[in-house]
Design a protein around this ligand. Structure first.
Ligand code: NAP
Length: 283
């Protein structure tokens, strides 16, 4: 029988635990989210993050800039937030307008306030097999979900479709660090279905309808990271859920799978950074 990997349920459990933990804090952690421009999807993501933080009692501030803000001005704001002791976590919502160098902006965030775990120091630690200050939110959420359902990755063949810096690449490293055998596929991969059919665990992070039932082996585990709107405006994942479902042992739905876990991880990361910073300032 197929088991649904219920990200909403786990998110609620994790956030309840976090809320309890925060009730003993004298100072409230603070997350600052920077949003540049009027991308409607980004606006929704940022609002969800703010709403979740508020429910937990995390102090959250959203700074909105017009799309034509200069790179210099944005970098100056990040520098100001880096040295502001009341700010524990900084997130720059991606994508950024084309005239702004994304790498420069990410690199400007203090690694100790880098709640996405994207700075070179944090991603370098990850690659070196060390613990970064925090792990990137979506890969972290996926591993929390697999752990919750007792899905062992050690020795398993995990196929990841998608090699972005925010999902595929860090996830591949995190799985390697847990002794999985990892194959990463992308738009230049030849014979994709021959590879996906060998997966014990298939994780798809592309953003289009891609994974059909003839691309998966019986009893595999599927994690669907992709999100897009179909022609009827319905939110969909990369995987043809209805057709693939019967063949899987576990499968995450869209919506309700990885998305809620990403937000939960962001909240966990904010509190982890707060703990690290306050411990440091006590030393
Ligand atoms: P991205 O940066 O656009 O990366 C997409 C990846 O998919 C790229 O590596 C691309 O290959 C690969 N790809 C595209 N078409 C392909 C094909 N036909 N066959 C195989 N690989 C293909 O996207 P992202 O930021 O990682 O996000 C991916 C999806 O996950 C999006 O739908 C996004 O909305 C969703 N997402 C969801 C969450 C969540 O919390 N649920 C979080 C993050 C992202 P190339 O590298 O060769 O171009």
């Amino acid at each position: 029988m197929t088991v649904i990997l219920d990200g909403k349920k786990l998110r609620d459990e994790l956030l309840d635990e976090l809320k309890n933990k925060l009730s003993s804090y004298n100072v409230i952690p603070k997350l600052v989210v920077i949003l540049v421009g009027e991308n409607p999807a980004s606006r929704i993501y940022v609002n969800n993050k703010k709403k979740t933080a508020e429910k937990l009692g995390i102090n959250s501030e959203v700074i909105v800039y017009p799309a034509d803000i200069s790179e210099k001005e944005l970098l100056a704001k990040i520098e100001e937030l880096n040295v502001d002791n009341s700010v524990n976590a900084i997130l720059v919502q991606l994508p950024l307008p084309a005239h702004i160098d994304k790498s420069k902006v990410i690199n400007a965030i203090s690694p100790l306030k880098d709640v996405d775990g994207f700075t070179p120091e944090n991603s370098g630690k990850l690659l070196a097999g060390e613990n970064p200050y925090v792990y990137p939110c979506t890969p972290k959420g996926i591993l929390l979900l697999l752990d919750k359902y007792g899905i062992e990755v050690d020795g398993k063949h995990v196929v990841i479709v998608g090699r972005s810096n925010i999902v595929g690449k860090p996830l591949a490293v995190m799985l390697l660090n847990r002794n999985a055998t990892v194959t990463v596929c992308h738009s230049h991969t030849k014979n994709l279905s021959e590879i996906t059919k060998t997966a014990d665990i298939l994780i798809s992070a592309v953003g289009e309808k891609l994974i059909e039932d003839n691309m998966v082996k019986m009893n595999c585990v599927i994690v669907d990271v992709g999100i897009f709107k179909d022609i009827n405006g319905k939110t969909r994942g990369d995987v043809d859920f209805e057709k693939v479902y019967e063949k899987t042992s576990y499968i995450s739905p869209v919506p309700g799978g990885v998305g809620p876990m990403t937000i939960a991880s962001l909240m966990l990361n904010t509190v982890e950074l707060f703990d690290l910073q306050t411990k440091r300032s006590c030393d």
